[in-house]
Design a protein around this ligand. Structure first.
Ligand code: H79
Length: 684
């Protein structure tokens, strides 16, 4: 004992100072809160996707649906792609103008691509010539932005840095179609070192960097161990830096939140989507394009309206998240005019209403039908900010479920007081007949102390359908005051004489649970309900012989939805060990039908998640479980199936038109953590 302790002590004394490396993966909540403070207050940032790909502007040999992925989506050989280096000359680039536009829009940080997947570096890097100094422009873009941020003030500079790299030879994973880049002699440690040295340049030479925003972590090249190590590496370089969850392997698809487990990363990264609800205590940032591409695409005029963007910002803030809104600058160094216009309009709204966004936290209310709510506490008062999207036509806005009285209600933009009356638990606010702001008028409801908010209870259960029985628990949301829960299971509305909830409800028959909060014998919330259905498990089949893998049949053709594959002759077939595009990966205009059996370990309700770009469908035992058809980017759809233990026939149909191509299937049950359907479950 003593000896072991002594050895431990000695090694700690010797090794720790030598390496000087601290483990930040078990940081205390207090330390993290301190580090995240500026970021949580900021709520709104600008994403910038800029690089060589702005030169082709989305067009390659007549196809126009490309952007920052163009090298892969148009399958451009490296030698040809490298020629953009001599054509990158953004003479109109003006760092101060960019920073000023972000600031005037009400944004608090800029996250720019120091390096995207193509591997091109926007700064003067000692580690590579594939950087801006090799272009005719020869100016360190990140340096100029860093200087501009310092000069103008109020904007933190952050870097997006791709782990995946389609240029560096030692990033040894290749695109399927890339036959001219052999991987012999590659060395993954050398690549990781390259990345580390570059990250060191970025934190050392560009002022006070706020965030490292990693991406491209999903390929097999990158491991969970790599993720944890890189997280610690950059935290050791700059202890107060904030790092997104894509540094490690914990993110769940495009929904972007980190799965349970010991993963590195400080915030979740939903991409092109806004979560249904926020999660208490979880930091996240939705990143989104203004049109349909991240990098500049000259043909893409599908810009979201200013109304949509302002409401998305309020929606995100009302759920406790940040909004990272993207700009794809042009090859001449200017922003697209459509983006400039929208930034200006958002800025106008933010100037009058920013207080309802910055430093706010998630709404204490459930769904509100006229808009969203954010809140902020200062000293002894709490302000609720009502973001009214749908202005009341009858001059009366209602807020339900309040246990105490406000002290003051007014319109944020002009400080105009509004009259109100409170009866039972509802406030009626007298509103002008026309909306002061057609997009989003913010009304402030101010309280001494905190508002008491009575919300409907939560109905918690693993899933809505079950095989033998389901355990249902009811709970009150936070700050529910002195409310109790009453419920019914016979379809009637809960009243004061309905059952008082005490213990978990165990259902063994189909039923509708309805629940409601009560205070002092009076209903104080709306009613929530959830329907639970008992299902018969689909019976398993006997297999005489089961070989590993599934049969894949490959088809060629151009479709915009799944064709009737049974009516077409397949070009090729083979066995694959996962649901994937198989040997056609990276190609265009093809379809794959994957068939065989799922070896289900135990009788249970299973959830499936089918991700694909473009369309796909999942059939189990001949039933269509998921329809994810149509032309689209990576989209996830889900479905459930009650399955008896044993073999079940599975069929996945998938097609790819142009652009990115992928198909993946995830499985989950009460007992099995969400995961890609493992090879051991797939047989034929
Ligand atoms: O930089 C922009 C895009 O170029 C980049 N992220 C934003 C911020 C991006 N890279 N890839 N994609 C977007 C789409 C990739 C989706 C997938 Fe996956 C990768 C599908 C399957 C692997 C991630 C991991 C989503 C599902 C599993």
């Amino acid at each position: 004992m003593k000896k072991a302790f002594f050895l431990l002590l000695i090694s700690a004394i010797i090794i720790l100072p030598v390496l000087g490396q601290k483990n930040y993966l078990n940081e205390s909540k207090a330390d993290k809160d301190k580090r995240m403070e500026w970021w949580r207050d900021a709520r709104f940032g600008m994403f910038i996707h800029w690089g060589l790909y702005s030169v082709p502007a989305g067009e390659w040999k007549g196809t126009t649906n490309h952007a920052e992925w163009i090298r892969t989506t148009a399958q451009i050989p490296l030698k040809e792609y490298d020629q953009f280096v001599s054509r990158f000359n953004p003479v109109k680039f003006n760092a101060e103008a960019w920073v000023q536009m972000a600031k005037d829009a009400g944004m608090k940080y800029i996250t720019i691509t120091s390096k995207h997947h193509d591997g091109f570096c926007l700064w003067d890097s000692k580690e590579t010539d594939f950087d801006v100094m090799s272009t005719p422009f020869k100016r360190d873009i990140l340096k100029e932005l860093a200087d501009a941020c310092r000069k103008i003030g109020g904007i933190k500079l952050c870097f997006y840095h791709s782990i995946m790299d389609w240029h560096h030879p030692d990033y040894s994973q290749r695109r399927e179609w890339e036959k001219d880049r052999p991987t012999t002699g590659t060395n993954r440690d050398r690549y990781i070192n390259y990345m580390k040295k570059q990250l060191k340049e970025l934190v050392t030479n560009y002022g006070d960097i706020g965030v490292f925003w990693f991406d491209g972590e999903w390929e097999n090249f990158w491991t969970h161990e790599d993720g944890k190590a890189l997280y610690n590496y950059v935290r050791n370089l700059k202890p107060d830096i904030i790092v997104n969850n894509r540094v490690d392997k914990g993110r769940g698809g495009m929904a972007g939140m980190t799965s349970d487990g010991d993963y590195g990363g400080d915030f979740g990264t939903p991409e092109q989507e806004i979560p249904e609800t926020g999660l208490p205590g979880v930091d996240w940032e939705s990143c989104m394009t203004m049109n349909d591409h991240w990098g500049y695409n000259k043909a893409d005029k599908n810009f979201k309206s200013t109304e949509d963007l302002i409401r998305k910002l309020a929606d995100i803030a009302s759920k406790g998240g940040n909004f990272l809104l993207n700009i794809g600058p042009k090859a001449d160094g200017t922003f697209p005019q459509e983006s400039i216009d929208r930034l200006k309009e958002i800025g106008k709204w933010m100037k009058a209403n920013g207080e309802s966004i910055y430093g706010t936290s998630a709404s204490p209310f459930e769904h509100i039908n006229w808009g969203r709510i954010t809140q902020k506490q200062t000293n002894n008062t709490t302000k609720l900010y009502l973001h009214v999207f749908d202005w009341p036509k009858d001059g009366k806005l209602q807020l339900h479920g309040l246990g105490n009285d406000p002290k003051h209600i007014y319109i944020l933009a002009d400080n105009k007081d509004l009259e109100y009356a409170k009866k039972d638990n509802t406030i009626d606010i007298k509103t002008p007949i026309t909306a002061p702001d057609k997009i989003n008028t913010v009304i402030v409801v101010e309280f001494n102390g905190q508002p008491i908010v009575y919300r409907p209870p939560l109905i918690n259960a693993y899933s809505d359908s079950f095989i033998d029985q389901v355990n249902v628990s009811l709970s009150l949301p936070e700050n529910g005051g002195d409310a109790v829960i009453r419920y019914t299971s016979d379809g009637t509305d809960p009243v004061i004489s309905s059952a008082l909830y005490k213990n978990e409800i165990i259902l063994s028959h189909s039923a509708i649970i309805k629940a409601r909060s009560f205070v002092k014998g009076k209903a104080v919330s709306g009613i929530v309900e959830r329907k639970f259905e008992k299902a018969e498990p689909w019976i398993a089949v006997d297999l005489f012989k089961a070989e590993p893998g599934l049969n894949a049949n490959y088809y060629e053709g151009e479709w915009d939805k799944l064709p009737d594959f049974r009516a077409i002759t397949s070009k090729e077939s083979g066995i694959i060990s996962s649901i994937s595009p198989g040997k056609y990966a990276g190609q265009e205009k093809y379809g794959v039908v994957i068939q065989g059996y799922l070896d289900i370990p135990a009788t249970a309700m299973y959830s499936f998640y089918l991700n694909s770009d473009d369309g796909s469908a999942l059939y189990i035992d001949g039933n269509k479980v998921i329809d994810n058809d149509g032309l689209h980017g990576m989209v996830e759809k889900s479905g459930t199936a009650p399955l008896a233990a044993g073999f079940h026939s599975i069929r996945v149909e998938f097609f790819e038109n142009t652009g990115g191509d992928d198909v993946q299937l995830f499985i989950e049950s009460e007992k099995i953590k969400r995961q890609q359907v493992p090879a051991k479950m797939l047989v034929h």
